[in-house]
Design a protein around this ligand. Structure first.
Ligand code: 3HC
Ligand code: 5AD
Length: 565
């Protein structure tokens, strides 16, 4: 590549001379009179920050690394016009009770101006248990919506046109089953599958690394992800069959650099797996999608998003030979950082959230969830979600920041921090490769150790007050017991949901379902078979999530973690 220097060397020499004089004169004498608050400053990830940044900090940054929006390496955004053409998708998560209740919340949010849907499932659904399984007791519909069969999916989207709104489903070890239900529902309604826009999280590798919700061992789990990517690539041109996630890595305590690095490490594993299955990187690449947290360190987060786009572009083009530019274009959803929200003085949480959302938008997010102010207490009330949505709407409609694409592009600091994050991420990726690759590193607990070390460090800094948290270790207020109305859990949910499940099971052709489950077993034993088509048929015949998962547990077993100390 022909690199373009941004400043000629004579100009840089002059700037350097002026800079040294400024430090010697203005800064030194000023500091003598009024010292700075600390001898050293760092970002939340521990990267040193200087007093100020100048063109000298960009002297090794070729202009091609910054480039133009919508053009490789996409540092400045995946699309050339960004929010001038279309605002990011406002996508508040919802999920509680049975499908009917969550459907009501969807309609409320759409009426409030939300532009995308996002679903959280209850613990049994996430883990592949039916609502009547002993492990599900007490959890049905508690922290998300309960889905057992296609009938629940029908109710979840009742009266919502799925060709008009994109739908994200936060689901991992059991993702392919919900994906199958979504497809079966779309077919029932007569939609063209290519009209459906949506996403399943389906990122199992970060579960082993961070969130720890798994069912099967690593290899068969990755095969299921492959099956979804392949099916999507062949049948659903606008659907994102994976949302590769750094969010949970960050929430488990990683630094921003680790969040990006580990996410790229898992990405490479998925890409390799899909290519090995014979899927063309130019076909599936454009539909890989991402999910990052938007944390509290304002500029570090903006630089993180920009660096992530650039690194991904380079990985796809240089490592995997993608020639279709869309295959190197990273698109991401962002969620503000749940872990930053506090119980003490909880009414200030929306301010934290607004600033984090602003980082996400300045960093070029495609889709955004802003957390509810009651995050630290329970899943959000309708009121908390309305305020959170309004926060996004204020940024979109009142601030004018959507008028210019990547308005911080060219900022000496932001560009320099983007470079720095990129360099640090490559260091980790090189190390992962040296250690034998992503799966080997998962087996060896490499990522898990990296996260726990950072989490420990964060905790110490918070406890010592070095990391200020207003209301917790700074400006603490004596509070009476906080009175807050939280989201109510209906104890009748479980009984009603089990009744629904029984109704489906009593009305299905049992013999047919059992023979299909037998067939599923056979297909699963042949690693080259894609399990999506049969899973779609199974859910259409009334098979429940539990039927399918239990069948496969019978041959694949379950994952056991090697503890990391
Ligand atoms: N001009 C014209 N068109 C534009 C445009 C512009 N400036 N910008 C975008 N568009 C088009 C796009 O090309 C696209 O068209 P297409 O569908 O035909 O390709 C359309 O507008 C939609 O734009 P995006 O694809 O950029 O935005 P989406 O919102 O549809 O997708 C995504 C964003 C990140 C790619 C997708 O994967 C997504 O929505 N993910 C959401 C994930 C999510 O919500 N996860 C929640 C997880 S919660 C969790 O895990 C925490 C807890 O529960 C444990
Ligand atoms: N409804 C709304 N938000 C949820 N989250 C998790 N479950 C739900 C739900 N059922 C959000 C919270 C949490 C993050 C991981 O996802 O913000 O902190």
């Amino acid at each position: 590549m022909n690199h373009t220097d941004q400043h000629d060397s004579a100009a840089l020499k002059h700037i350097e001379k002026e800079f040294n004089e400024w430090e010697k004169n203005e800064v030194e004498s000023f500091i003598k009179r009024a010292p700075e608050s600390q001898s050293e400053y760092t970002t939340a990830s521990g990267m040193p920050t200087k007093r100020t940044y100048t063109p000298l900090d960009l002297k090794n940054t070729p202009f091609e690394d910054i480039g133009f929006p919508g053009q490789y390496p996409f540092t400045r955004g995946p699309y050339p016009t960004m929010y001038r053409g279309r605002n990011w998708t406002m996508r508040q998560i919802a999920g509680f009770g049975t499908a009917r209740e969550t459907n009501g919340r969807f309609k409320y949010l759409i009426a409030q101006g939300q532009t995308g849907l996002s679903i959280d499932f209850d613990m049994p659904t996430l883990m592949g248990y039916d609502s009547n399984h002993p492990m599900s007791q007490g959890e049905v519909g508690r922290e998300g919506v309960a889905i057992d069969t296609l009938a629940d999916m029908e109710e979840l989207f009742d009266d919502i046109d799925l060709t008009k709104i994109s739908v994200s489903m936060t689901i991992n070890p059991s993702a392919w089953i919900l994906y199958a239900m979504y497809i079966a529902l779309a077919q029932q309604r007569g939609y063209d599958l290519n009209d459906l826009s949506g996403t399943i999280q389906n990122d199992i590798l970060k579960e082993y690394i961070a969130q720890k919700e798994w069912i099967f061992p690593v290899r068969p789990s990755v095969r299921l992800v492959r099956d979804c990517i392949q099916y999507g690539s062949e049948n659903m041109k606008r659907y994102n069959a994976i949302n590769i996630s750094g969010y949970h890595i960050s929430e488990a305590g990683s630094t921003a650099v680790q969040e990006v690095a580990y996410t790229m490490a898992t990405t490479m594993e998925y890409v390799k797996t899909a290519i090995d299955a014979g899927v063309d990187v130019n076909e599936f690449g454009p539909r890989l999608s991402f999910f990052f947290v938007s944390q509290a360190d304002f500029f570090e987060e903006i630089a993180k998003f920009r660096a992530a786009r650039r690194i991904y572009a380079k990985i796809m083009r240089e490592k995997f030979g993608a020639t279709n530019p869309a295959a190197s274009r990273l698109r991401f959803h962002a969620q503000t950082a749940a872990a930053t929200l506090t119980k003490p003085q909880y009414t200030i949480n929306p301010i934290r959230t607004a600033l984090q959302a602003l980082s996400a938008v300045l960093g070029g997010a495609q889709s955004l969830h802003t957390n509810g102010m009651d995050e630290a207490f329970a899943i959000p009330t309708e009121e908390a979600m309305r305020i959170a949505l309004r926060t996004q709407q204020i940024i979109a409609y009142e601030t004018n920041i959507t008028q210019v694409v990547d308005p911080l592009g060219g900022s000496y600091y932001v560009e320099s921090l983007t470079d720095e994050i990129e360099r640090e991420v490559w260091k980790i990726l090189d190390e992962v490769e040296e250690l034998g690759g992503t799966l080997q590193c998962i087996d060896d607990g490499y990522f898990q150790r990296g996260i726990s070390d950072s989490a420990y460090d964060f905790a110490l800094r918070k406890a010592s007050g070095e990391r200020p948290v207003i209301g917790v270790n700074m400006f603490v207020q004596e509070e009476e017991d906080v009175e807050i109305e939280t989201h109510p859990h209906d104890p009748e949910t479980e009984r009603r949901q089990i009744e629904r499940l029984n109704r489906v099971k009593n009305n299905r052709d049992e013999e047919k379902v059992q023979s299909m489950l037998k067939q599923l077993k056979e297909q699963a034993e042949d690693e080259s078979v894609n399990l999506m088509p049969l899973t779609i048929e199974l859910v259409r015949e009334g098979a429940s999530m539990g039927d399918i998962v239990e069948t496969l547990k019978g041959i694949w077993g379950t994952y056991r973690e090697k503890p990391v100390i």
